[in-house]
Design a protein around this ligand. Structure first.
Ligand SMILES: [Zn+2]
Length: 125
């Protein structure tokens, strides 16, 4: 009677405890089915998409500022992303944090630009 690898499902040679296909040590039929990892202990593999989006928007805000509006959008997206990635145990903490910092910088720069523009206009009036 043939035994099958619990890891990859390949047929094992009679009496063999090591799968020739994937190299995993198996105990034939008595081996337990692959354990399901609970979401609490799961290793974060997925990067939060909002954290990525916020990071990209914040980077764009350094080039296209629009009076800090682009930076504000980047900061908001990054903040939502940061909250969600913690809740869903996702990756992207560094991206979200950078998005918030860069976005905040763009808001300050945007406000400074507007004030500077107003002062320049006032100077010529
Ligand atoms: Zn195998």
């Amino acid at each position: 009677m043939s035994k099958f690898c619990v890891n990859c499902g390949a047929e094992l040679k009679d009496g063999g405890d090591i799968c020739l296909k994937c190299g995993k040590l198996v105990n034939g039929e008595s081996a337990p089915a692959s354990t399901t990892i609970t979401s609490d202990n799961a290793v974060a593999t997925k990067t939060n998409s909002l954290a990525v989006a916020g990071f990209i928007v914040s980077l764009c805000s350094l080039i296209i500022n629009f009076g800090g509006i682009v930076g504000a959008v980047g900061t908001i997206l990054s903040s939502i992303g940061l909250a969600k990635l913690k809740k869903n145990n996702e990756k992207g903490f560094g991206l979200a944090l950078t998005g918030i910092i860069v976005g905040a910088f763009s808001i300050i720069y945007g406000i400074w630009s507007i004030i500077n523009l107003v002062n320049t206009v006032n100077y010529y009036l």
